[in-house]
Design a protein around this ligand. Structure first.
Ligand code: SF4
Length: 726
């Protein structure tokens, strides 16, 4: 019996005592739906592990789990899947690779001798994996079958056939595994599950991976494409210990996961919204489709994780901090929708603050933060400093674009009310906006239900997409609500296949459909993702992207940004600094009280004294001049003197590498500076510490003493994993 709406998605017996009997249906789209009943799933993973140890002492799968190393935040999917392997009394090895070091997969296989190899694939980060798989499968097939193969397809077919004959289990010769089945999951599969299967997966998993991984490893499935759409929140405790162990040992670069002052947690799963640019929105649709002929209303897509598990994971973070000699200053809640269930948070708060005590950074939609309910929510999370910061996506300042193109229904007054509510509790806010959306008139007929034509036939297309970006900037800037500690985050739109907006952009002729072949991180691009704009428009969009945070802190931010973008031909560092210097009398600000910053309110003389100190040589005179012109910039933004010190530090780091500091560096340093504040990890660069120490506010000295031990080097930004979320 499938679970219905309102039903608790927990197995009352903890785990199935007999092999589960999910409903399996062949779908015309080319995959099998696997629909588990509540009694089929495991919710008590420890109990299940003990049960298996007694009943199946032979079961102990060795699994190599692989993903990419682009994200600054731990890969929670791998840690969760590792938790499943551990519950099966197996052993797991984690590996994160990029296009340059795929040979590490071969070494890990040689050394670890896995029985299964699993990949978590992200859109845009797949080509190197498929190329590795192509070579791997040809090599394996030739070795096993002792003959050559005409190409990958023939080798792949032969190996899949061999696996079928072996009931889907690892193929052995004596005690040695000669072929470990390949599993591919991850959000790439939401749309491209067939490609995964055709390009090398023996098992291509779409939707939830927890139940399917367990049953594949237990030998209950033959090679194929499987889809688990039901919103069970039965993720076991993350295997953070194993993940840090392997990433820490792998390379200096990957030590960042164990040592990072920001760790990720997951309080809830799912999202009920249908934003067209986000692949998450299809999950609710997928579940609804699987229930279509069942006569039952499907369960809510948003499900809280058991509080006990989240608490345990917080304690594990603390324990691992001690082991690795670090200190986590904030936990980033990767829930797509935080704060959905206020009772859950109310129950968590006293236990978390008492036992773990690390503040959360959360993502919330404007509707959750507005009105009296919003105030109640914010009040609850502000108590005991449970939350260090909130990010809230507004995506566009044009209600028609938001509603018709993005399918986000919140009007501007809700956004402003949410902003007002958050700021009334002095919580740092990060507003999120998408720059460079496909708002121009389609070049071809997209044959999709989205677009900028209203129900009444009125059209809201733009001739110049920069004008749409300016509306979002104006919404925030002119509100006067933005305080120094708040950050105007924006990313350049990058269309992903399988999302409605990505498909619309392709069909409308705005891009060439090759986004996924570019091997670039989808999470933060510095190039305009659509190739339909004239070069000058793309340049303006990039300049907007790089400078928007500064302009968002001006009451007349829209007008000043317009002047900067349209009255200037160049939009580089020097022209940005020159513009600020020239127009300093026109910059309108509302001086808000801010309790943040190590050196609050630096005077122009303090800043000039710092520039004299930092850039004494003639070689660096040009950058000193740039900084002098940027004086109003430092005065207006958060902790300006510390920001100037970080810029100088980055300038010398770039110089040591033979590179010239440019506008993109300024943007990156500025972004990290705001992140440092909202993740409670403010610091002074070591090379300027002695000079700046006398200026530091007395009450911040204690904080800094703890931070300075850790912050020997600038920490890279902790970007969220999706182009834009919530
Ligand atoms: S962008 Fe955020 S709110 Fe919208 S569908 Fe994706 S996760 Fe949900």
């Amino acid at each position: 019996m499938l679970p219905a709406y309102g039903q608790a998605l927990e197995n009352p017996r903890g785990y199935p005592q007999a092999p589960p009997q999910p409903l399996i249906e062949d779908k015309p789209e080319g995959f099998k739906d696997v629909l588990y009943a509540v009694e089929d799933i495991v919710t008590d993973w420890d109990g299940f592990s003990a049960f298996l140890a007694a009943k199946r002492p032979d079961l102990s799968p060795r699994v190599l789990l692989i993903s990419h190393d682009m994200s600054e935040i731990e890969n929670i999917t791998l840690m969760a899947l590792g938790g499943v392997v551990k519950a099966l009394n197996g052993s797991v090895r984690y590996l994160l690779v990029n296009a340059q070091n795929c040979d590490a997969i071969d070494r890990a296989i040689e050394e670890f001798q896995p029985e299964w190899i699993g990949f978590n694939l992200y859109t845009g980060l797949t080509d190197h994996v498929f190329e590795w798989l192509r070579l791997f499968k040809i090599r394996k097939a030739e070795k096993i079958f002792k003959r050559s193969f005409a190409g990958f397809e023939a080798a792949d077919r032969a190996l899949k056939e061999l696996l079928r004959e072996n009931q889907g289990l690892p193929v052995r010769e004596g005690s040695r595994v000669i072929y470990a089945p390949i599993l591919i999951g991850g959000h790439y599969n939401n749309h491209d599950y067939k490609t995964s299967f055709e390009r090398g997966a023996d098992y291509s998993v779409r939707g939830k991976g927890i139940n399917l991984l367990k049953d594949i490893l237990m030998g209950r499935f033959l090679p194929g494409i499987y889809h688990d759409p039901i919103s069970y929140p039965n993720i076991p405790e993350f295997d953070r210990t194993g993940f840090y162990r392997d990433t820490f040992a792998f390379s200096d670069k990957l030590k960042k996961y164990a040592l990072s002052p920001v760790k990720s947690v997951l309080t809830a799963l799912g999202c009920a919204y249908r934003c067209t640019y986000c692949y998450i929105s299809s999950l609710v649709e997928n579940q609804a489709q699987s229930y279509r002929d069942k006569g039952i209303k499907p369960p809510s897509i948003i499900q809280d994780r058991p509080l006990r598990l989240v608490l345990n994971e917080g304690l594990a973070i603390k324990r691992l901090d001690e082991q690795y000699g670090t200190r986590t200053s904030a936990v980033f809640d990767q829930a797509d929708i935080s704060l959905n269930n206020l009772e859950w948070w109310e129950e968590l708060r006293p236990q978390w603050t008492q036992k773990v005590g690390i503040p959360f950074y959360i993502q919330a939609r404007p509707a959750m933060l507005s009105g009296q309910k919003g105030i109640d929510r914010i009040k609850m999370i502000a108590t005991d400093n449970l939350v260090a910061g909130i990010s809230m996506a507004i995506e566009s300042g044009d209600e028609n674009v938001r509603k018709l193109l993005l399918k986000r229904m919140e009007p501007n007054n809700i956004i402003l009310d949410a902003l007002k509510n958050v700021k009334s509790f002095m919580i740092p806010m990060r507003t999120q906006v998408i720059t460079g959306l496909p708002v121009i008139r389609p070049l071809r007929d997209p044959k999709m239900e989205i677009g900028l034509t209203g129900a009444d036939g009125r059209q809201y297309y733009y001739d110049d997409p920069v004008q749409e970006c300016l509306k979002a900037l104006d919404l925030v800037a002119s509100s006067g609500l933005f305080s120094r500690e708040d950050y105007y985050w924006n990313s350049l739109y990058s269309p992903f296949p399988g999302t409605p907006l990505g498909d619309y952009s392709f069909q409308a002729g705005f891009h060439d459909g090759a986004t996924d072949n570019k091997e670039r991180a989808y999470m933060f691009t510095s190039e305009v993702g659509l190739n339909c704009f004239p070069p000058l428009t793309s340049k303006r969009l990039e300049a907007f992207h790089r400078t928007a945070n500064f302009f968002s802190h001006l009451l007349n931010g829209k007008d000043m940004m317009t002047l900067f973008l349209y009255a200037n031909e160049r939009h580089d560092l020097e022209s940005f600094a020159g513009f600020i210097d020239d127009k300093k009398e026109m910059l309108l600000t509302k001086r808000q009280y801010s309790k943040f910053g190590l050196i609050p309110d630096p005077t122009p003389d303090m800043l000039r004294a710092f520039f004299d100190h930092a850039f004494p040589g003639p070689d660096d005179a040009w950058f000193k001049r740039v900084n002098e012109k940027l004086l109003p910039y430092y005065e207006i933004l958060l902790d300006g003197l510390v920001l100037a010190a970080k810029m100088a530090d980055r300038f010398f780091l770039e110089k040591e590498k033979g590179a010239r500091f440019a506008l993109e560096h300024l943007t990156r340093v500025e972004r990290n500076h705001y992140y440092d504040n909202s993740y409670h990890m403010s610091y002074i660069p070591k090379r300027y510490f002695d000079f700046l120490k006398p200026y530091i506010h007395e009450n911040r000295q204690v904080l800094l003493a703890a931070e300075s031990k850790r912050k020997e080097q600038p920490v890279e930004a902790f970007d969220q994993e999706v182009t834009s979320s919530i």
